[in-house]
Design a protein around this ligand. Structure first.
Ligand code: FAD
Ligand code: NAD
Length: 412
């Protein structure tokens, strides 16, 4: 009989680790494994704020897919997924022929959620992928160069303004990185530091909603010491080619000229948003065994899935941590289906979330791990441990020494 084909869509945290786990547990004669991704590299989404601010080089956070999968076991296709045709059991690709599957893993990640706010899609920049991070870095550098040339702005004592929309973890991490880069950009372009401002606008009364309040307060003070100004209980109402309009109890406020970086939230990849799938705010609710509702042979992982915390009744925040945990259970469940009968018992996904650590530039961090609050050096160490652990999961010691900030810690 023909070997079943397992198709994995997306080579982010969820997809790449599912592929690696399957190549390990399934024998060559048991199944064909195919991995489809837009690019021939895997990128560390959790470091994109640094690439966007220009504080880390692109090549440090990208890893060639061929370096982390066994190409004898996993066929890699570089292509863009356009649609999943569930009735025909095939995936429509942008360039190649449609790809038939027996088992499918949907791990296409996130997209920025714009909540219908006017002008965000057209005029704000958003941290979404390696390419979008690059665009943000280039835009920041271009704004500094333009400001240095603009004699009128100098005479009128105008400001070069960056507005970061949203003070969740992405907004906070990015605002800190940007503030750290500003002194060097000012020196390079001969601009007075006082003339550059970073405003972090947050609709809620506090930053990092849902996070430990004491740690959130610590983060706020640390960002303020880097020069970030906060506008709390203030919403981004609209963005246009010149700047941004804010709305608070005090009324509307216009900030222009300004460059807007939108970090106001994420939703699932739009590829999953069609009549073939049940979705809740752009995400597919994953069943207990991580299958998509109504689809026996489709698993959904990472940021395009939503998993409810049975203790709180609320969804787990979409994180790399959750995606990594899901990948292990998904791979085991697919292997059980490939090997077993129709009514084989599948493993239930019960995540054990260890905590959260967020960087505040390269000299500070904040977190809560196993219920213990951390800040400063300890939190930075914890972040380094998380990064090292992930590199080890990718199974390549060379990566540990050659990539990312880690090389600074571990190379002699
Ligand atoms: P992704 O990592 O987004 O990967 C999706 C993959 O699919 C990508 O390779 C993409 O190229 C590919 N793809 C997308 N569309 C298509 C298509 N149509 N066709 C083909 N391929 C496609 N979480 C944490 O746990 N800890 C952190 O410290 C942390 N820091 C973060 C910092 C930032 C700046 C951001 C933005 C997020 C952070 N997160 C963090 C959240 C975390 O990055 C995501 O939850 C995680 O990336 C989700 O993994 P994923 O595999 O679902 O998707
Ligand atoms: P988020 O949804 O966590 O935060 C978005 C913030 O934007 C919220 O505080 C919201 O109130 C605010 N907002 C929304 N609309 C607004 C508006 N119109 N005006 C002003 N503010 C507005 O999104 P995120 O920060 O992108 O995070 C996405 C996911 O990635 C989360 O699950 C997060 O935990 C995870 N993440 C984790 C880390 C980490 O662990 N270090 C880092 C980054 C992201």
């Amino acid at each position: 009989t023909k070997k079943p084909r397992i198709v994995i869509l997306g080579a982010g945290y969820a997809g790449i680790l599912t592929a690696r786990r399957l190549q390990k547990i399934l024998r060559r004669d048991e199944a064909e494994i195919v991995l489809v991704n837009k690019h021939n590299y895997h990128y560390l989404t959790t470091w994109l704020h640094e690439a966007a601010a220009g504080t880390v080089d692109d090549e440090r956070i990208t890893i060639s897919i061929r370096d982390v999968i066994d190409s004898e076991r996993v066929r890699f296709i570089k292509d863009t997924v356009m649609e999943v045709e569930t009735a025909a059991k095939r995936v429509v690709l942008c360039h190649g022929e449609p790809l038939a599957y027996d088992y499918l893993v949907m791990a296409l990640g996130f997209e920025p959620a714009t909540f219908g706010i006017a002008g965000i899609k057209e005029h704000a920049l958003a941290i979404r992928s390696m390419n979008s991070a690059r665009r943000i870095r280039h835009a920041i550098e271009a704004r500094f160069a333009e400001f240095a040339r603009n004699k009128e702005a100098q005479e009128k004592q105008q400001h070069l303004t960056f507005v970061v929309g949203g003070a969740g973890f992405t907004g906070i991490e990015f605002a800190a990185e940007l503030s750290e880069r500003i002194p060097a950009l000012c020196r390079q372009h001969g601009i007075d530091r006082q003339r550059v401002q970073v405003l972090n606008v947050e609709g809620a009364p506090n930053i990092l909603n849902g996070f430990d309040p004491a740690m959130a307060e610590y983060a706020k003070a640390s960002l303020e010491s880097l020069g970030v100004q906060f506008r709390l209980s203030t919403k981004i109402q609209s963005v246009d080619s010149r700047g941004v309009t804010l709305l608070s109890e005090a009324g509307e406020e216009r900030i222009a000229p300004a460059t807007v970086i939108w970090t106001g939230g994420v939703q699932g990849n739009t590829v999953v948003c069609n009549e073939n799938f049940e979705t809740v705010r752009g995400r597919i609710p994953a069943g207990k065994d991580l299958r998509a509702p109504g689809h026996e042979n489709i698993f959904v992982l990472g940021d395009c899935s939503v998993v409810t915390d049975t203790h709180t009744g609320r969804p787990f925040p979409p994180t790399a941590q959750l995606a990594i945990l899901q990948s292990a259970v998904c791979a085991e469940n697919i292997a059980a289906l490939v090997r077993g009968s129709e009514d084989v018992e599948l493993k239930e996904f019960v995540p054990f979330i260890k905590g959260t650590v967020a960087s505040i530039g390269s000299h500070d961090a904040v977190g809560e791990v196993f219920g213990v609050k951390l800040h400063g050096r300890l939190a930075m160490m914890m972040k380094a441990i998380i990064d090292i652990r992930y590199m080890l999961m990718l199974g390549n010691l060379k990566l540990l020494f050659g990539k990312g900030k880690l090389s600074a810690y571990v190379t002699p």
